[in-house]
Design a protein around this ligand. Sequence first.
Ligand code: AR6
Length: 173
Amino acid sequence: MMKKNNISVCLGDITSLSCDCIVNAANQSLLGGGGVDGAIHRAAGPELLAECRTLHGCNTGEAKITKGYHLNAKWVIHTVGPVYSGKPEDVRLLASCYRGTLDLARQYQIRTIAFPAISTGVYRYPLQEAVSIAVRTVTAWLCENEEYLIDIIFCCFDQKTYDSYRYFLADTH
Ligand code: AR6
């Protein structure tokens, strides 16, 4: 575990974390899938899918909130990252996932939130680029919301992702 101000990086399964909120790297249907999405739905139980059905999907770059049900997190914020295309709009959409999620977290008075590396799995966003956008966007949001106290965890499923966050976080603050 590496900690720098209110941003920390951990290696492990996001579904096992005890925090106010975990973030799901979902798809536009919000009806589950593979990767971290599948793991979150399995751990939260069928009640999560039932609530997700009432949300009628989510656009890429946007975020929606549900309860966490059987998770050790009270809330889940579902956000839809871009499928990597190599176009400039990928950057805007990925940054918008992090901003939209944090704006929603603030509305719900969430004080600890864990993010997976959105879009870097099935959606094939190059790891270094995605991590750099995540770190820059979250750091900028924290500066703009200085009076709001929140702890951010970047939860990495593999060592390569963990090392990448450590590298980009060493560049900030
Ligand atoms: N905890 C933390 N991180 C995880 C976990 C876990 N339990 N499982 C996987 N990861 P991905 P995407 C990491 O593919 O690229 C789904 O089918 C994984 O190693 O989950 O945004 C959705 O329904 C990678 O670093 O999400 C969408 O269709 C990161 O989470 C699509 O995949 C993101 O990988 C979204 O693709």
